[in-house]
Design a protein. Structure first.
Length: 227
């Protein structure tokens, strides 16, 4: 069971999401304003925030950035449906995007995907890459670069472990979406690029030698597994 926070100024939507998420076994907090949501984020440290970006008192993107800075997963709820809007939200730290109107069952599935439920089986032990520079322990859900812990969002973690599971193997954007999310929808493939950009920054991969771009296809992991 995860602790979720729903920040939504429309009461009907807020109550609907709470009911469906509680039926799925989660503990649910709710907030009708950005200020109230910010208090919950900073005091209750939820596992995931369902965040309406069109709040009346605080810019939803600012609240999204605050949650992201605390390493809290965020699914953005918005009436803005263009790919460019999604990319802007993802660049600010969103792990997923749901456009209104939406099916509450779909939201439940997306929450499960972001939280990593039903994901692929983890390999036993710690995997090492780059002559010991990068350590990935899927069971402990930790990644260390040069001895320092990497603070990754759920989506960044999914991308890293998926790519590292098959070094040198090219994954298409659509395949990465399906492996990391467990589903796919039109236009989402482009947003993978934003997550890869953030992952590269955290890996110090300015020259894209760890997460390599495969033109016309997608991405591959450039470091080989240590013997």
């Amino acid at each position: 069971m995860a602790t979720l926070l729903v920040v939504e100024d429309e009461r009907d939507i807020r109550d609907l999401l709470r009911r469906y998420l509680e039926r799925a076994g989660h503990s649910v907090l709710t907030a009708a304003t950005g200020a109230e949501g910010l208090r919950h984020i900073e005091s209750d440290a939820p596992d995931l925030v369902l965040l309406d970006l069109g709040l009346p008192d605080i810019d939803g993107l600012d609240l999204l950035e605050r949650a992201h800075s605390l390493h809290i997963a965020v699914i953005a709820l918005t009436a803005r449906s263009t790919v460019e809007d999604r990319i802007r939200g993802l660049e600010r730290g969103a792990d997923d995007y749901v456009t209104k109107p939406f099916s509450p069952q779909e939201v439940v599935l997306r929450v499960a995907a972001v939280l990593g439920r039903g994901g692929r089986s983890a390999e036993v032990g710690t995997l090492r890459f780059g002559n010991g520079r990068l350590h990935i322990d899927e069971q402990a859900h930790t990644a260390l670069l040069d001895g320092q812990a990497l603070e990754l969002t759920p989506t960044e973690w999914g991308l890293l472990t998926t790519l590292a599971s098959r070094p040198g193997r090219a994954f298409s954007r659509g395949e990465l979406v399906n492996r990391v999310r467990g589903y796919e929808f039109a236009g989402y493939e482009r947003t993978v690029d934003s997550h890869v950009k953030n992952l590269r920054r955290k890996l110090g991969d300015d020259d894209a030698t760890v997460v390599e771009t495969v033109l016309g296809i997608g991405y591959r992991f450039g470091w080989q597994r240590d013997a």
